[in-house]
Design a protein around this ligand. Structure first.
Ligand code: AHR
Length: 324
């Protein structure tokens, strides 16, 4: 059954004064039920962060007694879109989606809304000029990626006394964390005229790609003194590239990154990684409680922020055991 999206009449300022009414779309409602069939269209499963996110979603669904329709797009936005289409065809009650990139998933988000299925974006957001929270999807739950980039920039500036020649390993091109972590870091370092970015290239959030890109960029820029990686996997790849080039990570070249995975925390303890800003992957409890609040008719803000910790040599040993 196709449910037509509800059209709301929102009174604009002019409307209140009696001149006009501004129309707006609302995300489809969700009925309160004892149990739900919920889709979770994961983007890929190639790193500990993704595995921790999936485990958290699966554990919470199990705890609540909900049926979770889980798919893995294996790093393809096209496959993720077809996974969402299949969830729509199966008639799930709601969909949790971490869109791999910020544009290609917009048509299926709109298709779900048109079919009366509310979509909750978790971990990654979409381009707001193409789709809007509260209208095309309910909300975006996730970290503030701009802030993550700013926090790493501030730590690095302090560690290197405001002087660094930086190689930047970007995340997946067109993904919201790659866009925002770049923006946050690149703008923040402008405060320190002694900090410059020598080169910036995508390593697709993957360890081996990060290693390959770091290897190439280190050959082109042997004078680099710092590497900023948009995630820990690429930072660990860069550490391997530095060691293969006979350089000491943490001494000859300061490496900094984002995520807080166990191998990265261990690398801090080993003196090879300077810091990592946590990006919390444990979405299950927050994602499902937001869905239940939505079904109960509570008002849901357009953005629900995850708070992130920050790890360096001052606290790495304490958090190692609980890291993912
Ligand atoms: O969207 C969050 C990012 O995606 C994590 O930093 C990264 O490790 C993952 O692949």
């Amino acid at each position: 059954m196709i449910i037509t999206r509800r059209r709301l009449l929102v009174t604009s300022a002019a409307g209140a004064a009696g001149f006009a009414l501004a129309p707006a779309w609302a995300a489809p409602p969700l009925k309160e039920k004892a149990t739900y069939k919920v889709g979770f269209a994961q983007t890929e499963s190639n790193n500990p962060w993704r595995l921790a996110e999936t485990a958290s979603m699966q554990a919470e669904a199990k705890k609540l007694g909900y049926q979770l329709v889980y798919t893995d797009a294996a790093g393809s936005a096209a496959k993720q879109a077809s996974d969402v289409n299949s969830m729509i065809a199966q008639g799930v009650d709601a969909i949790f989606l971490p869109p791999r990139e910020d544009k290609p998933l917009v048509p299926v988000i709109k298709a779900a809304a048109k079919a009366g299925i509310p979509v909750f974006l978790i971990d990654r957001d979409v381009d707001h000029s193409m789709a809007k929270p509260g209208e095309d999807y309910v909300t975006f739950i996730g970290s503030n990626f701009v802030e993550e980039g700013q926090r790493v920039a501030a730590w690095l500036a302090k560690a290197v006394d405001g002087k660094a020649k930086i190689i930047e390993l970007e995340g997946t091109t067109g993904s919201s964390p790659a866009n925002d972590r770049k923006k946050g870091f690149d703008e923040a370092i402008k405060q320190w005229p002694g900090m410059t970015i020598l080169a910036s290239q995508s390593g697709d959030f993957a360890r081996d790609k990060g290693r390959q890109v770091a290897e190439t960029l280190l050959q082109a820029h042997p004078d680099a003194t710092a590497i900023y990686a948009h995630n820990d996997e690429m930072a660990l790849g860069a550490i391997a590239a530095l060691e293969a080039a006979g350089k000491k990570p943490g001494k000859d070249v300061m490496v900094v990154s984002i995520d807080g995975e166990k191998d990265a925390v261990q690398a801090i303890i080993d003196g090879k990684l300077g810091c990592t800003c946590e990006c919390n992957p444990r979405f299950g409890p927050k994602a499902f409680s937001t869905m239940k609040d939505y079904a109960a008719g509570k008002s849901i803000p357009p953005y629900i922020k995850n708070d992130d910790n920050f790890y360096d040599s001052t606290n790495a040993k304490e958090v190692l055991a609980s890291a993912f």
